[in-house]
Design a protein around this ligand. Structure first.
Ligand SMILES: NC(=O)c1ccc[n+]([C@@H]2O[C@H](COP(=O)([O-])OP(=O)(O)OC[C@H]3O[C@@H](n4cnc5c(N)ncnc54)[C@H](O)[C@@H]3O)[C@@H](O)[C@H]2O)c1
Length: 268
């Protein structure tokens, strides 16, 4: 179950919390992983760990907002690995702020990193994946959305907009690939608050936003845990396991779907 033996996977934002856990788990489940990010030291450290543990991975520098980078990364993957089976569009950023005070540069950054990147990546992935043998397992594109792509919350409007965009682009891409008989599935993943830099870091994080709203720093972890009906924050591995499922052939009848992994957050 949940094996991806011999498959070739690109994971973006792989130096970060969810991306690293996903790259590790896909490699453990048998994939050859191309781990991309803009943090070469952390990326190379991750790849060294994966290789030490018997997996196959390499790190590639990749700014997901740049089309030229996507063309290079996908072409290089196909040339060196013989094809592309799995793309995990994981790289993302968070910015908080009220609608009235939101800065233009933060709107542009959120749209570029969280949304435009998914279009650029899907474009290159479709071109490569549609060339796979017709009798192969379906290729899989997994896009990281969020609970913020399903429900609203204060101070997160533009992030929510970007993640809502990811959710619906995923469904549209799934329909287009199915219509064209490309044998490519596209699904989105919707994490609750996950214990990574994005949630708990000092800058541009969910915790940073809470501090600015006057929440005492010592109370933040407990509040984040209590905000999930299951009583804890998620960890990156909770999300990686869902991504592996969507990447593997065990989810072969799922496309255009939303996998919510949120400790019950959106069930209320
Ligand atoms: N942590 C959470 O609570 C949470 C909740 C819901 C959804 N998500 C989503 O999950 C994904 C991963 O989040 P995370 O918590 O691991 O974040 P993280 O901040 O730990 O990691 C994000 C990674 O993306 C990389 N990145 C940022 N901009 C990039 C760019 N232009 N090109 C290439 N790489 C870039 C960063 O260098 C970093 O390594 C994001 O899309 C995020 O929106 C996270």
């Amino acid at each position: 179950m949940n094996r991806v033996d011999g498959k070739v996977a690109i994971v973006t934002g792989a130096a970060g919390g969810i991306g690293s856990a996903t790259a590790r788990l896909l490699a453990k489940a048998g994939a050859r992983v191309v781990a991309t990010d803009m943090r070469p030291a952390d990326g190379e450290r991750l790849v060294a760990e994966i290789v030490r543990d018997g997996g196959q991975a390499r790190y590639v520098d990749h700014d997901v907002t740049r089309d030229a980078d996507w063309v290079r990364v996908v072409a290089d993957t196909v040339a060196r690995e013989g094809g592309l089976d799995i793309l995990v569009n994981n790289a993302g950023i968070y910015r908080h702020g009220s609608i009235e005070d939101f800065r233009d540069e933060d709107i542009d950054a959120l749209f570029a990193v969280n949304m435009k990147s998914i279009v650029l990546g899907t474009r290159q992935a479709f071109r490569a994946m549609k060339l796979r043998p017709k009798d192969a397992d379906s290729a899989s594109i997994v896009n990281l959305s969020s609970i913020a792509g399903l429900v609203g919350s204060p101070q997160s409007s533009v992030y929510s907009m970007s993640k809502g965009g990811v959710r619906l682009f995923t469904k549209a891409a799934a329909m287009e690939a199915a219509h064209l008989r490309y044998n490519i599935r596209c699904n989105s993943v919707h994490p609750g608050i996950i214990d990574t830099e994005m949630a708990r870091g000092a800058e541009n994080s969910v915790a940073g936003a809470m501090v600015k709203r006057g929440v005492p720093a010592d109370d933040i972890a407990a509040m984040m845990a209590a905000s999930h009906p299951l009583g804890r924050m998620g960890v990156a591995e909770d999300i990686a396991r869902g991504i592996l499922y969507l990447a593997s052939n065990d989810s072969s009848f799922m496309t255009g779907s939303e996998l919510v992994i949120d400790g019950g957050w959106t069930a209320r």
